[in-house]
Design a protein. Sequence first.
Length: 557
Amino acid sequence: MGNRRRVAERRKTKPAVVGGMIAVVVVGAGVGVYALTGGSAADDRSTATSSSTDDKPKVKTGPLSATEVQTAAERFLTGWQQGKVTQAAAATNDPAAATTLLTGFTKDAHITGATLTEGTRTGDKVPFTVKGTVSYKGTKMPLSYRSALTVVRKKEDGKPYVDWHSSVVHPDLKDGDTLVTGEAGTPPVKAYDRHGGELTTAKYPSLGPVLDGLREKYGKTAGGKAGVELDVVRGKASQKAKLSDKTLLTLTKGTPGKVNTTLSPVFQAAAEKQVAAKDRSSVVVMRPSTGEILAVANHSPSFNVAFQGSLAPGSTMKIVTSTMLFEKDLVHPDQSHPCPKTYKLAGWTFHNDDNSEIKQGSFKLAFGASCNNAFINFAPKLSNSDLTQEAQQVYGLGLNNWAIGVPTFDGSVPVMSGAQMGASLIGQGGVRMNPLNMASVSSTVATGSFHQPYLVAPSVDHRTLAKASRTMSSKTQAELKEVMSYTASYGTAAKAMAGMSGCGAKTGSAEVDGQKKPNGWFTAYCGDLAASGVVQAGGHGGDTAGPIVAALLKMGG
């Protein structure tokens, strides 16, 4: 992938969104032939009509019939195949955006002779296959991919239209993105692990977004020469989400530059194996003493949740909360502290997992058992900004200033009030993290000070790494290690960490609205290794992310 030339700076056409398609021959030149399949008049479902007065036209409502879906798709595809962009765009619910992107399909992406073949319709959705040729300055390359369209009924007139999104034109397009073929603005790069081995997606499937990010950051300075490519060039919304440009097809290869990373081939291979076996899992391994990232892996290679995810971290956030409580002298590990079954705060009633409670016990016991209300009941003694300041000043989180070598989300701990502030203490509310952030939290506990994680050494481009404004005291560090060690040996992390010594860990289960099972979190350190993982919708962290993290830490190193 990589940085490309921004089309918006060179062309007046704007990125657009697309609807959907059917079996059809499409191009900017010549008339194609389409063949519709699936559905007939016999499949039509009845539609209701409504009218406030007899003299107003009746507007259809209710579900779309098979014929309506096919007719709308046919109208759109026929116009596109004949090069009648205005006609095709009029068949969508966003003609302006459709016109721009369909025009760019041939003008900017240089795709000709496109044949669209319909798949089997499912309800209002019509899948299709696109085959065509990308031609640029005498170089040609075949292109083939799958996409789909969805037909919706417009409220204003009750008629069926193709629901326009850029992903209809190509599934890798987000709304506002464009397709562009030309000389890549950014030369390709070859990335290497810490021992000089080349990093490829064939060897490490998770690294697609990472390699794209490395090219975007270092392509122009790594000594390479650009080739000719068909690229997804990101629009403003995608750039804001920190999505890198994406190469879809290489017509002529450029000369790649060279970028060295901190990744360990041993840990990367092991991390890939771990996430491949667990759906929706992500993990990061790093070295606390330096901040070097040794491995990053995601079950799905389409998005780097490990670096760019923004998820509630659940009870793993209690590490940061405990740091604050210890520093404020509000509690200490062996001090008696109850964890009531319920706790009321600002009109909310908070519950512990499985409605458990600890009537008599130490704070260390509550930390090890991950008992929520032992943390939330400190809320009246705290100001709204205390947790935010702790996260920023000691752990370097939430300042959006990490410079690891590729795009990252650096955590967020916003100032909250009332019940939301209480929820933040247990990693819910507005708190958002990813495995990179939480691996860094464990690393900070292991060493006593924040070392910004990095994938490319700062000496490569003389960039400045983020620093924390202060360091926790040696007493606070010792107390954190005490409660995390207890959790690893006797608490909710004990099963995953069995047989390991000299380690500290914390589990987490983050509730998500509309999700049956919580996201399972786990973060831990052992010696000069720290790791964190998440399994979305997996359940308790000790049972889901725990085994992934523990397996990697057991490798030592």
